[in-house]
Design a binder for this molecule. Structure first.
Ligand code: FAD
Length: 630
């Protein structure tokens, strides 16, 4: 065991053997978990295999996207680190779905791999209450079922009140390239075998999943002159509410396409692919198909788009987004070279697939604590999810709850009605996973309310109550809320007749109604210009405030309609079902439902309602018993 040079002096690490919280793993879940736990005031140790690999992106060099960008904004609203690191490394911002409504727009950026890793390491090094320890955790220390510490490979023990496990793809990780397979956590890293064995003994539901990555290319050997390019947005939308714009130079990426020859080569060699040759038992991510998957599943397509994304500002490595594979290295070379612009390309690292263990997330509470092993929390890929953002959001929740557990504070819960994080955790712990879970805006029933632009309005005040939001964030947030309140006052205090409005050029029915400036903004296109013309005081406000309040106004009418459903959900979430609730004592429930309820142990009525096969009659019965038990 040794300490990270960036974080703390070696002597302190060797002498401190007791922490409030230990986080195992310095990937995306672990970094966010450790930072959140420390922000909440818990003495936290982040134990990871290599301190210089904290914040490594195992696959694509990009953060955000549809649904995923929402998660990053929510993490940022709670003063987390992912958005800040992404902004220090963002080299090509693009707001996805820019032409659609703000509710489904997803901020995304390509990230300089090295800058992202260094940004994450420096953010963690600057975090008070956090000690980074380099080492391999090989065992858990238990007192009865309760987890009370860890054992490192050198035999040393570290005690803690809570332990968060975020080992990613490392648990029994097996790398496949064609029919060659070897144990590995990801390319260049050994797998975590002793810990996987120890976890198997806990007898939690366990399964195998797989994921894959494309070959990495030498950008100097690509013929860029033959390719289309895609530029960064002219008006970049960054991640952190603390930042105004990109912090490093913006670049373009190249676009090319597979062709019939590419597809013939892949088709002819399908039997040699690890995924199609029967070498892999795990299920892969449906939404990130490999080139083999694409050619089998979309057999009638003669071409697929490939984005050639530079991995950094001073790095010639190029990530060909869209052609992940587990074919043998020589076949990869043949099919890659059949693609326009890549005829003479040099492959720096072959693509590969990886299979790994995950645990059934239905064994977790809403705070991501393992029901069968109190004090142990799981976050990230080991819960059956895929993606950096999904991992980081779970890390945040697990870190906050591990700290709350250690400091004997209340459980920190997020709801489907307040955040995508709440949607994800509820999906995971109620429905489990059958394939790697990734976030989409379609998963959220309240998505008009859960926008990326209003994540701070939804969550920062809650974060301050939880105790994970620092003074600088709170100051920026309060000032923004003050500006919005001023704008709202100006808009609400002025009322306009339909005649005024028609004269100002707004297309509106002459119905005699008088409308406030705020109501007018909800008319969408052209409304903001009309309101600015009518209300010079509003026009004089800063552009950011005006855009935000116009978006808030646009959605206010829909939110009003959703409010009833959201209130009902909240009431059901407040109907807490005790862990020892006696389902057997209830007559009228089917055997099948009783068995499901006893296995899932829903924490509240809302969660019980989402169990497959649940009926309104059964819910009423549970509610009646809950009331009787009070
Ligand atoms: P990781 O980022 O894997 O971090 C795990 C950390 O735990 C590492 O720091 C490791 O050193 C540490 N660790 C492990 N065991 C121990 C131990 N015993 N003791 C101490 N430290 C330990 N996602 C997508 O969305 N799309 C994709 O196409 C995609 N493709 C992928 C392809 C590959 C080959 C891989 C490996 C991953 C891919 N991913 C993809 C997934 C993405 O990388 C993960 O979802 C994300 O990194 C998960 O974050 P995490 O924090 O859970 O785990």
């Amino acid at each position: 065991m040794k300490s990270s040079p960036a974080s703390v002096s070696g002597s302190r690490v060797f002498h401190v053997k007791q922490f409030d919280v230990i986080v195992i793993g310095g990937g995306h879940a672990g970094s966010e978990a450790a930072a959140a736990s420390a922000r909440k005031g818990a003495a936290t140790a982040l134990i990871t295999l290599r301190a210089d690999a904290i914040g490594v992106m195992s696959c694509n060099p990009a953060i955000g996207g549809l649904g995923k960008g929402h998660l990053v904004r929510e993490i940022d609203a709670l003063d987390g680190v992912m958005g800040l690191a992404a902004d220090r490394a963002g080299i090509q911002y693009r707001l996805l779905n820019r032409r659609k409504g703000p509710a489904v727009q997803g901020p995304r950026t390509q990230a300089d791999r090295k800058l992202y890793r260094l940004a994450m390491q420096s953010l963690l090094a600057a975090q008070p209450n956090l000690t980074v320890v380099e080492g391999e955790v090989v065992d858990l220390v238990q007192d009865g079922p309760r987890v009370v510490g860890v054992v490192l490979k050198d035999g040393s023990k570290i005690a803690a009140r809570s332990v968060v496990l975020t080992a990613g793809t490392f648990l029994n990780g097996l790398i496949h390239i064609g029919n060659v397979k070897r144990p590995g956590g990801r390319m260049g890293d050994a797998p975590s075998l002793p810990l996987a064995e120890r976890l198997a003994a806990l007898e939690l539901g366990r399964g195998r999943l797989k994921t894959g990555t494309p070959p990495r290319l030498d950008g100097k050997t690509i013929d860029w002159s033959r390719l289309e390019t895609q530029d960064a947005d002219d008006e970049p939308v960054v991640f952190s509410f603390l930042n105004k714009g990109p912090q490093v130079r913006q670049i373009a990426c190249g676009i090319t396409h597979t062709n019939e020859r590419t597809h013939d080569i892949v088709r002819a060699n399908l039997g040699l692919s690890a995924m199609y040759g029967g070498h892999i038992e795990g299920v892969g991510p449906r939404y990130c198909p490999s080139i083999e998957d694409k050619i089998v599943r979309f057999a009638d397509k003669t071409s697929h788009q490939v984005f050639l994304e530079p991995e950094g500002l001073d790095d010639d490595t190029v990530y060909p987004n869209g052609i992940s594979t587990s074919l043998p290295a020589e076949v990869q070379e043949e099919y890659v070279r059949s693609i326009a612009g890549l005829e003479n390309v040099r492959i720096l690292q072959p693509g590969y697939a990886i299979e790994y263990d995950y645990f059934d997330p239905r064994g977790l509470t809403a705070g991501l604590e393992v029901k069968a092993a109190p004090g142990l929390f799981f976050a990230g890929q080991i819960n059956g999810t895929t993606g950096y953002e999904e991992a980081a959001a779970q890390g945040l929740i697990a870190g906050l709850n591990a700290a709350a557990n250690a400091l004997q504070q209340d459980v920190v819960r997020f709801s489907r009605s307040d955040s995508y994080m709440g949607v994800m955790v509820d999906d995971l712990i109620t429905r489990g996973v059958t394939e790697p879970y990734r976030m989409f805006t379609s998963r959220a029933e309240f998505r008009l309310a859960l926008r990326a632009d209003n994540a701070d309005q939804r969550l920062t005040a809650k974060g301050a109550e939880i105790g994970c939001v620092g003074p600088e964030r709170l100051r920026v947030f309060s000032e923004k809320m003050d500006r919005l309140a001023v704008a709202r006052d100006i808009l609400e205090s002025a009322r306009f007749s339909s005649r005024d409005l028609l004269e100002s050029g707004l297309r509106i029915s002459n119905d005699g109604a008088r409308r406030s400036g705020f109501e007018l903004l909800a008319f969408g296109e052209g409304a903001q210009d009309a309101v600015e013309a009518l209300l010079p005081e509003f026009s004089a406000l800063d552009p950011e405030t005006k855009t935000q309040i116009a978006t808030d106004a646009l959605y206010a009418q829909y939110l009003h309609r959703q409010q009833g459903d959201a209130d009902l959900l909240r009431r059901e979430e407040e109907a807490i079902i005790p862990r020892d609730f006696d389902y057997d004592a209830m007559s009228g429930l089917s055997n099948e439902l009783t068995a499901k309820l006893k296995r899932i142990l829903p924490e509240n009525l809302a969660q019980a309602g989402r169990i497959e096969g649940m009926t309104p009659a059964a819910l009423t019965l549970i509610l009646a018993h809950l009331r009787k038990a009070k």
